[in-house]
Design a protein around this ligand. Structure first.
Ligand code: AR6
Length: 165
């Protein structure tokens, strides 16, 4: 597991995870960046065929113009104070992505800080949850050799680094 600060669309990995919405309709933040880099029209066409994705779940599309093979669209919870199942739903995103990666036999994956932007999940709570869920899946055996937590800024990276040290 590694922390990288930067733009997830630039990483050389087999799977780029997107922080999507239930409609898979595209949007701002990392979703917008992934759509632009992958090719907006072709990615939206692939997303429309899937017909949406419930919160806490993950669906897969090709990665089109990205150097990755797949985009995993994970729908994180909107933070409502922590008493609405947010933790279990966010954990489910990481778990499902890890399970799917292993099923597809890929060796590298990059996660953004799912839900930590407009969905408002506190980064200091999301980082340990992400690392815990990923570690748990790696411990159970996985095709994954390299898991990147891609942080858009140093502040969020600062929550991951002590956990991986
Ligand atoms: N690379 C890596 N991380 C990024 C990038 C990038 N290019 N751009 C932003 N981030 P957000 P959410 C970080 O808001 O909270 C969208 O409109 C960002 O700094 O993208 O899950 C969707 O369509 C933050 O730390 O996702 C949904 O409607 C993290 O990515 C909704 O937002 C996640 O922020 C999902 O909200």
């Amino acid at each position: 597991m590694e922390v990288v600060v930067g733009d997830i669309t630039r990483l050389k990995v087999e799977v780029v995870v997107n922080a999507a919405n239930q409609q898979l309709a595209g949007g701002g933040g990392v979703d917008g960046a992934i759509h632009r880099a992958a090719g907006y029209e072709q990615l939206q066409q692939a997303c429309r065929k899937l017909g949406g994705c419930p919160t806490g779940q993950v669906v897969v599309t090709p990665a089109f113009n990205l150097s990755a093979r797949y985009i995993f669209h994970a729908v994180g919870p909107i933070w409502r104070g922590g008493g609405s199942g947010e933790q279990a739903l966010l954990a489910s995103c990481y778990r499902q992505a890890m399970v799917l990666a292993n099923e597809l036999g890929v060796s590298s994956i990059a996660f953004p800080a799912i839900s930590c932007g407009v969905y408002g999940y506190p980064s200091e709570l999301a980082a340990p949850l992400a690392v815990f869920e990923v570690q748990k899946q790696l411990d159970q055996g996985s095709s994954l050799q390299h898991v990147i937590f891609c942080c858009f800024d140093e502040v969020i990276a600062g929550y991951y680094r002590p956990l991986l040290a």
